[in-house]
Design a protein around this ligand. Structure first.
Ligand code: SF4
Length: 451
């Protein structure tokens, strides 16, 4: 499984990592390893799984974010792996680094259980190994007491209001499918619809549309028992034909209004939807949403059209960008944080053929937005096998991901921007954002933008 030629493909994974670490001495090594783990995924030994199944479990909060489907998890890993791991100490003296777990039994990265106990946790020591060599100790997220609550519907709280980012973010996927459907409409890196199907088939009690009352019930439990969560995200698939008689703007607004009416200002409200017209954005802001994520996914115009065909047809790239700028007027530029999927611009068959070309294009998008005070962030592309692009290829090269971290940080510094709000503290050893390392490479002294 290959993407476009990977300059490091002839090297074993440890040598490739060493080389990238030497080429990017200005990046924390923790951030480079985090990106490598996110792009390649992570394996667990049977003994490690015995231990991880006691931890806070992976909730499958929206996409699968795994490199294999559930059908290829003979050890039922999807029920036993943790949401995230923390890397600390070890041979390279890591500062605590939080990484989302993306299962890949073939990954050169593997979590192993070792006798001898841990300085940081009870029980056997877990270690992260790369090609058989230990590189860091593994911390597990503690299963919070609210995960044992069963709601009045009979559904466990975790199916309704899981928390991620080491407990910082309550993730509310209120519509678990997307009305862009099929190869000619769905974003080609996305497995939301297929993941919903495989999770239901595996017995997970997911509903396509979450009941607002059930969310309020779950949040009531969280509000009474948890002090870690500082923000919530409302999100889900695109709505084109209406849902329950509502447009996309109306549908998602109702959840924000219900939450903020019951818990005004209790958490930082964040909304991830398509780039919507001004009235919907004004309604979100009036409801109490503070941060808006109209994810543009990929900057290059031609590749946007090919990789996000539904979005290109229904809204169009130019209108998408115009609406991001309108959102900046309504929320304030630093509180508009559109996501792109880092690495997908190198995916075959349409991606850039070289790392330099991919970074040049993506850098132009960063420059365009950051010059206006809008701070895009990225998630590291996980080629999920149930998505169109992930069905036949592996990830983007590691030197692309390291180059992007450097580029993002340089552009952010050049424009003297604050750290994005709603992500917890910036800096290596402190960051909790788990699906890319952009927060890990921000100088820890950088002030966080006001809300
Ligand atoms: S709009 Fe695209 S990325 Fe978002 S859920 Fe639908 S297919 Fe996935």
């Amino acid at each position: 499984m290959k993407t476009h030629p990977d300059p490091l493909s002839d090297l074993d994974p440890r040598t490739a990592l060493d080389r990238v670490g030497r080429e990017f001495p200005d990046l924390p090594l923790e951030a480079v390893v985090k990106e490598d783990l996110l792009r390649q995924g992570l394996a667990f030994s049977p003994a490690a799984l015995q231990q991880t199944q006691q931890a806070k479990p992976k909730s499958y909060f929206i996409f699968s974010f795994d490199r294999v489907p559930i059908a290829e998890m003979p050890a039922e890993e999807h029920r036993r792996i943790p949401e995230e791991i923390g890397l600390v100490g070890g041979a390279w003296g890591f500062r605590r680094t939080v990484v989302s777990v993306r299962l890949n039994p073939s990954s050169p990265y593997r979590v192993e259980a070792r006798a001898g106990g841990s300085k940081h946790e009870d029980g056997p020591r877990l270690e992260l190994e790369l090609s058989g060599e230990p590189i860091a100790e593994v911390l597990l997220p503690v299963r919070p007491p609210y995960y044992d609550h069963v709601l009045s519907s009979g559904r466990p709280l975790i199916a309704v209001a899981p928390t991620i980012e080491w407990g910082y973010l309550i993730y509310l996927t209120v519509f678990r499918v997307c009305q862009y459907f099929g190869r000619d409409e769905e974003c080609r890196f996305c497995d939301i619809n297929e993941n919903y199907r495989q999770q239901r088939a595996a017995g997970r009690p997911f509903e396509s549309v979450k009941d607002p009352e059930e969310i309020l019930e779950a949040l009531t439990i969280l509000a009474a028992t948890d002090a870690e969560a500082k923000a919530y995200t409302i999100t889900g698939g695109a709505i084109l034909e209406g849902l329950q008689g509502q447009s996309e703007g109306e549908f998602y607004a109702h959840y924000a209004e219900a939450i903020e009416a019951r818990f005004p200002g209790r958490w930082i409200g964040k909304m991830v939807t398509q780039a919507l017209p001004r009235p919907a954005l004004e309604r979100y802001r009036a409801a109490g949403i503070r941060i808006y994520h109209p994810n543009y996914e990929i900057w290059d115009p031609e590749r946007f059209a090919r990789i996000c065909p539904g979005k290109a047809r229904a809204i169009g790239r130019d209108e998408w960008i115009r609406r991001i700028e309108i959102a900046a007027e309504i929320f304030g530029p630093s509180r508009v944080i559109p996501n792109f999927v880092a690495g997908v611009e190198m995916a075959t068959p349409d991606g850039f053929p070289t790392v330099d070309e991919a970074l040049e294009s993506t850098g132009a998008g960063l420059e365009y937005f950051m010059a206006q005070g809008i701070t895009p962030r990225f998630t590291t592309w996980c080629p999920e096998p149930l998505s169109d692009l992930g069905s036949h290829q592996g990830p983007a090269p590691l030197d692309y991901h390291a180059g992007l971290l450097r580029l993002w940080r340089e552009t952010h510094r050049r424009h003297h921007l604050p750290a994005p709000p709603g992500y917890g503290p910036p800096g290596v050893g402190r960051a909790v954002f788990s699906v890319s390392a952009f927060m890990d490479v921000i100088d820890p002294d950088t002030p966080v933008a006001a809300l």
